[in-house]
Design a protein around this ligand. Structure first.
Ligand SMILES: [Ca+2]
Ligand SMILES: [Ca+2]
Length: 327
């Protein structure tokens, strides 16, 4: 009876669980690369700047600003109609030359900084005939516009563009794409596979990060969940590498490669033992030792799990963890 009741409660919990809240309003596309929502607007016969501005506002956004090559690519992918555009008017975004501004001085209408440019030639923007105060991107008919395709041009604001791009910026993403954000530790984490300490250190640095440091039981627990294999193992190298480095003989004579203080310790009893005088790196026992043929269980086998061991730096670890501060 008790068991039946428990099962029905579990089912009730699983079906009432809420789906994740969408990041963008309905009808908008989310881009994780730039943490923004985009929407393409158009009208029969083409759309001018005033109409596009109004449609974007109505939908809860503004004409798009562009701040990186990645964002330009996101917009091209969304706005390219594949049509054979012959008028020279392509996709309108939110760049304008305000009254009184110099020839090359553009402003984004959403107020964000003009910190990236992708004009299609050194001659652009050229304000041809003195009437080109809006910014368009060549998004379609690559065959007809091979050198300008994906790039920018100033054009008449009242031209009939094939479409326009609206944007809602969700603010700066806390972590780069592909990293896992942990608000509690104000940090981003990413694992890498099959690395020695030297390789892991270089790969983390190459991504603008460092091998992971640990500063609390809570962070240690997160790291275990993030890196564990989830089955019994029989080999030390399967236990993850972190960013600890020996500086002396004591348990506290260690440093983190990211430069943060070595202010939290979680060594297994009897560690760090510097076995053979060559254990200058730090690993965490995320997984239980099985009855493998190759290795004995470490000393203190009942309480090693989730704690740290010093181990040689030059072995190939199954996994290592990179970490960087969240933005
Ligand atoms: Ca122009
Ligand atoms: Ca050891």
């Amino acid at each position: 009876m008790f068991r039946l009741l428990l099962v029905s409660q579990l089912v009730a919990i699983s079906v009432t669980k809420c789906p994740p809240r969408p990041l963008c309003p309905s009808g908008w596309s989310y881009s994780a690369e730039v943490n923004s929502c985009f929407k393409i607007v158009s009208k029969d016969g083409g759309i001018d700047s005033d109409s596009a501005t109004a449609l974007c506002k109505e939908a809860g956004g503004q004409l798009a600003s562009i701040h990186s090559a990645e964002e330009n690519n996101v917009i091209i992918d969304l706005a390219n109609t594949g049509r054979n555009v012959t008028t020279g008017y392509h996709t309108l975004v939110g760049g304008v030359r305000k009254a009184g501004a110099s020839l090359k001085e553009f402003t984004w209408t959403d107020g964000s900084p003009y910190d990236f440019q992708f004009w299609h030639s050194p001659q652009q923007p050229d304000n041809r005939a003195g009437i080109q105060n809006c910014l368009q991107i060549y998004t379609s008919n690559q065959a007809a516009y091979p050198s300008a395709f994906t790039r920018w041009d100033d054009a008449e604001c009242n031209a009939k563009f094939i479409n326009a791009v609206c944007k809602i910026s969700l603010g700066q993403a806390p972590c780069p794409v592909g990293w896992t954000y942990q608000q509690a530790f104000k940090s981003c984490y990413k694992s890498i596979d099959s690395v020695t300490f030297v390789e892991a250190n270089a790969q983390c640095k190459g991504m603008g990060s460092q091998l992971a440091s640990v500063h609390s039981n809570e962070e240690n627990a997160f790291i275990i969940e993030f890196t564990k294999l989830g089955r019994n193992i029989s080999d030390y190298e399967a236990q993850p590498l972190l960013g600890g480095m020996r500086t002396g003989t004591g348990a506290k004579d260690w440093t983190w490669t990211d430069g943060t203080p070595f202010d939290y310790l979680n060594w297994v009893d009897g560690e760090p033992n510097n076995a053979g005088g060559k254990e200058s790196c730090l690993q965490v026992y995320t997984d239980r030792w099985g009855l493998g043929p190759f290795r004995a269980a470490p000393p203190g086998a009942l309480n090693y799990l989730n704690r740290w061991n010093d181990y040689p730096c030059d072995v190939k670890y199954r996994i290592a963890l990179c970490k960087q501060p969240a933005k």
